[in-house]
Write a protein that binds this ligand. Sequence first.
Ligand code: NOJ
Length: 542
Amino acid sequence: MTTPSTTVPWWHDAVVYQVYVRSFADGLSRDGDGDGIGDLPGITSRLPYLRDLGVDALWITPFYTSPQKDHGYDVADYTDVDPLFGSLADSDVLLETAHELGLRVIVDLVPNHTSDQHVWFQAALAAAPGSPERARYLFREGRGPDGAEPPNNWQSIFGGPAWTRLPDGQWYLHLFDASQPDLDWRNPEVGDMFEGVLRFWLDRGVDGFRVDVAHGLYKEASLRDQVRPEPTKARGGKKKAKAAESMVERVLNDEPMWDQPEVHDVYRRWRKVLDSYPGDRMAVAEAWTQTAESMALFIRPDELHQAFNFGWLGTPWSAKDFAEVVTNSIAAVEAAASAPTWVLSNHDVIRHPTRYGGGPVGLARGRAATLTMLALPGSAYLYQGEELGLEQVDVPPEARQDPSWFRTGEPGRDGCRVPLPWSGSAPPYGFGGPDSSTGSQPWIPQPTDWADLTVEAQQGDESSMLAFYRRALAARREIFSGADETTVATTRGKLLVVRRAGVTVLVNTSKYPKVLPDGEVLISSGPIIDGLLPPDTAVWLR
Ligand code: NOJ
């Protein structure tokens, strides 16, 4: 067994770039000019771009064999590559090339559910109720006359009931789409299978795993109904309604389907596997738990290394809220002796410039938030396209593909998953390689006004978003590498003030310019004019 290194491990303060595989770069040709869907050779061809951007690692969303009902989060074979994205040989080339360029690679692991096309689920469908094949999933009899009602009242995250009935009368649980049946982690076969999957990818050289729905694997054994709060009837005007609302927020939801104590045994087992490999292999949990304390349990020293901190995603443009998020996030991980993580955007949420109001104001705030995040301790997760200043796209209904759109009729997540513009002046903007300006249109149509946002267009322009991200990442490396001083976040009116390693970060969330204190301006997210920090701007001062 190899002992993990005693120096600070690479993931502790890494900047990780999330690659949404379908939408990053299309290298595989179906019709001589790309097929409009991103893939592994496409990623490999653009790795020098990521090295030049200045990130330390990339996290690649699932590229395994899958019917793509949830774009790869429905896995049919965990140890093979979907032909849509390439082959196992292509994944080897990707890993080798990334490592040559000094980039680490994190892959996605989806242990809560399989695809309904997985050989286990197909066997379960073919087998009888009560069979060992069905015991790998959560099959149950229904309630009511003839068992025609679902076994409990749980709802799918993508809308509608979390249960689907088979012609033989049994129901199976799916906390997401009906094509994503939940595994029964109380069955030891499931844990053994996933240990094999971990080892398969570790043997091929991956540096870590992003664990999908990490808090979901175990359900309360009884599968009892969820107790849902009564909708609040607020009487007595706006003030009382607001007070009532915040009281409801403080009460934790009853969640028998999430965050059960048994899940931690799984991560203890995985930690042993990860530690048995050389090179600080790691895992980061996607765990939407209800409190910072329960999140911290996932990153105890013998469990996973990190957990995404989604605090900032729900935070409005407010100095007070930002200070709270920073302070609470750091405190929550301190107890676990891990490192904080920061996320402003990913493939499931509205891109942050759009959340902050969109247009020039949203983009200015987006730059300021990014610059602030990059000054914080721990690791920062960037989402592809944010370095180009992409905003959420209003994808036309006929082009939407998110399973939640089909289940709920709500727009869903396609708007943050539009393929990247690389070059040229019209779709597909070089998405299929340099000659693809007349090639296949990408799987989600790109806006026709993205010509100025391509990598090619921004490359030589010092005032571009891309140039800003490169400068900011270089400054982070130079100024904060190895810094372990305490971070203090406070506010002065609507000014956020963060102090770390002799640097003061100021963010002006007010409507008025603020006088900058004395000090050397190391970098700012927008121009500093006459010693004034304009609204929606951040600066690092020393
Ligand atoms: C979280 C992933 O980020 C999301 O894209 C996916 O739909 C669900 N987990 C289900 O796997």
